[in-house]
Design a protein around this ligand. Structure first.
Ligand code: ARG
Length: 463
């Protein structure tokens, strides 16, 4: 009789034991054990379906359920012994099940393969993590709305090319961040539509000869529907790429917020006070208070974009159907989830404690001729063509530069030298308050408009 190596997967096929290094090199259990709960969830649904088509008896099914529940508990209590010999999360759980309940455990894998099993697990995992990310996004959005409400009328300079451009309200700036996050949420929702399709039943690649009821398994697992093509089901990782792309954009947005927070908290801008609890000191320079959290988040954004590139390259040129390459999808995905959840959490925790230094913001808006466009618009309202008005204001700005004064500090007679159309009502538009208040249309920076935008946003968030 041939002796078989019972430790090895598909052992009868092999005359030699796996090389010890190859065993370690090819194993994924160290990281894919993170999907254990989803693996058990998938197995429970598969077993129930096998019972319904009489592949399992009622007793066998009950044994499987009890065994899997025990395993779940062992994992939660940290008592489960993960083994490299069993390669991955799927084989570890199946082996333990057989150890616990005997022959019924060996029947669980009827009509499925690890190829459709792993695809199912990742989808279940991402579906769950997306709800966690959405919760953190919402927390951050609420924090932004609260701060925006408080700062709806706070005037600061708006920038283009990082040069003072026009006065805006701080509330309006914060609402711009809010909009970015709203799109992030929509992207995740959209991506979820394609994640929530069930590959189980595709088996290794060609489906199975058992009369499986895929609709039933899909319903049990809360998927929208079973997938359409068995080959595509086991090889598709588009959904993982889409998710990582959406996550990259979230991180990209956070990196932009971070950059502004870092700038604003510098002595040169001095627009905000960062909460002490989110900053650290320097080991050598006693005066320092460094904005570590935004800096770290800005840095972390790079790794998520890196993961997106890894996944794109992982899938490029892969022939149908499953290839072992795909085992490499997990670490980038898991790290993407951790990075996004933690970064959003740090931001949501920090945002309520950020304090605007209103006087400094106001003073900065007074510099750089931020109301120059308002003066041009004023002249247009008095009948001048915009290009001519642009020219006139350019001359007024030149005088301001030469005499180190803002436009609002020039006298009426000085301004009238540039155009007789200017009268003393000009000072209303040259004030920062007048400038922002005038921008009342949808999407404008006027304090009243910002308050309406906040109110609408709150309604949408609560639905
Ligand atoms: N650990 C594997 C993975 O993550 C599971 C699927 C393995 N299938 C196979 N035929 N080797 O992709």
């Amino acid at each position: 009789m041939t002796s078989i190596n019972t430790d090895k997967l598909s052992s009868a096929r092999f005359a030699q034991a796996t090389d010890a290094f190859v065993e370690i090199f090819t194993a994924s259990v160290d990281f894919d054990q993170r999907m254990a709960t989803q693996d058990i969830q998938g197995s429970l649904a598969h077993a129930k379906m096998l019972l319904s088509i009489h592949i399992l008896t009622e007793n066998e099914y009950q044994d499987i359920v009890n065994g899997l529940e025990k395993i779940q508990l062992e994992i939660e209590q940290g008592k489960f012994i993960w083994s490299i010999q069993q390669e991955d999360v799927h084989m570890n759980i199946e082996a333990r099940l057989t150890e616990l309940i005997g022959v019924a455990g060996k029947k669980l894998h009827t009509g499925r393969s690890r190829n459709d099993q792993v695809a199912t697990d990742i989808r279940l995992y991402l579906r769950q993590e997306i709800t966690v990310i959405q919760q953190q996004l919402k927390r951050l959005q609420i924090a932004l709305l609260n701060l925006a409400e408080q700062e709806a009328a706070t005037i600061m300079p708006g920038f283009t090319h990082l040069q003072v451009a026009q006065p805006i309200t701080f509330g309006h700036h914060l609402m711009a961040w809010f909009e970015m996050l709203s799109r992030d949420k929509e992207r995740l929702e959209d991506c979820l539509k394609r994640i929530n399709i069930m590959p189980l039943g595709a088996a290794a690649l060609a489906g199975t000869s058992y009369p499986i009821d895929r609709q039933m398994t899909s319903d049990l697992l809360g998927f929208t529907r079973p997938s359409n093509n068995s080959l595509d089901s086991v090889s598709d990782r588009d959904f993982a790429i889409e998710f990582t792309a959406a996550a990259s954009l979230i991180m990209l947005h956070l990196s932009r917020f971070s950059e502004e927070l870092v700038l604003w908290s510098s002595a040169q801008f001095d627009f905000i006070e960062m909460p002490d609890a989110f900053c650290t000191g320097s080991s050598i320079m006693p005066q320092k208070k460094n904005p570590d959290v935004p800096e770290l988040v800005r840095g972390k954004s790079g790794r998520v974009t890196g993961h997106l590139m890894s996944l794109l390259m992982l899938m490029k040129s892969q022939p149908l159907a499953y290839n072992k390459d795909n085992q490499e999808d997990k670490e980038p995905l898991f790290d993407t989830v951790d990075t996004v959840v933690n970064s959003l959490r740090a931001f949501a925790d920090m945002m309520p404690h950020i304090q605007a230094k209103k006087d400094n913001m106001y003073r900065a808006a007074q510099q750089g001729f931020a109301t120059a466009t308002d003066l041009a618009d004023y002249l247009v309202r008095k009948g001048m063509a915009f290009r001519d008005a642009h020219e006139v204001v350019g001359l007024a700005v030149r005088l301001g530069l030469d005499t180190k004064r803002d436009l609002s500090e020039l006298s009426l007679s000085e301004l009238q030298k540039f155009s007789p159309k200017i009268s003393d009502d000009v000072f209303d538009v040259l004030s920062l308050e007048g400038s922002v208040a005038a921008r009342q249309h949808i999407g404008g920076t006027a304090p009243e408009t910002v308050k309406v935008a906040i109110k609408t946003a709150r309604q949408i968030l609560n639905t």
